[in-house]
Design a protein around this ligand. Structure first.
Ligand code: HEC
Length: 147
């Protein structure tokens, strides 16, 4: 009898852990506007930064992965960006790709515990963020506020 109760309790516990996990899974299909995504990846950069100064490579890996796994852009924002930038859209896409690809390399560098390479990749990402802002940010903000 006691054994049965133990088994039942164990089942209950593992059951709630499993359902708990399903509930906490990030909702990948939840799209967001560009400004919100930017705030999120800014937080990821801060996590990476903390990892760099505390030599916590796990944090760096975590932040780099999160940059790549940010939620998708909402259809509305995508349309606004396309309409605003027109034929300059590929340039926008290239900055985005540069940041994503380099975040991948940063993750690898962190997994290899290679601080020199981490710093190198971090700088390339930062340059990518700032270059895209310098080229397009004001224009998108303006378009967003008149639409
Ligand atoms: C492909 C272009 C592009 C890249 C790459 C990019 N951004 Fe942005 N970012 C934008 C645009 C456009 C806005 C303005 C969005 C708006 O206000 O609607 C913006 C806005 C921001 C803002 C201001 C958000 C606010 O609250 O107003 C932050 C912070 C930010 N980006 C951080 C980053 C970081 C960190 C990276 C690199 C890891 C990055 N961005 C890479 C285009 C880019």
């Amino acid at each position: 009898m006691k054994n049965r109760i133990t088994v039942f309790t164990l089942l209950l516990i593992s059951g709630s852990i499993l359902t708990g996990l399903t509930f906490e899974e990030p909702k990948q299909d939840e799209s967001l506007d560009l400004q919100t995504i930017m705030r999120l990846i800014y937080t990821d950069m801060q996590i990476i930064n903390e990892g760099i100064y505390t030599e916590n490579f796990n944090l760096i890996e975590q932040g780099a992965a999160a940059i790549n796994e940010h939620p998708p852009l909402s259809d509305e924002t995508r349309a606004l960006v396309k309409k605003t930038l027109g034929e300059r859209m590929p340039a926008f896409g290239q900055y985005d790709k540069l940041v994503h690809d380099t975040a991948d390399s940063l993750k690898v560098a962190a997994a290899e515990r290679n601080m020199e390479s981490v710093l190198d990749k971090y700088q390339i990402i930062q340059q990518g963020c700032v270059s895209c802002h310098a080229s397009f940010r004001n224009e998108i903000i303006r378009a967003r506020s008149v639409n």
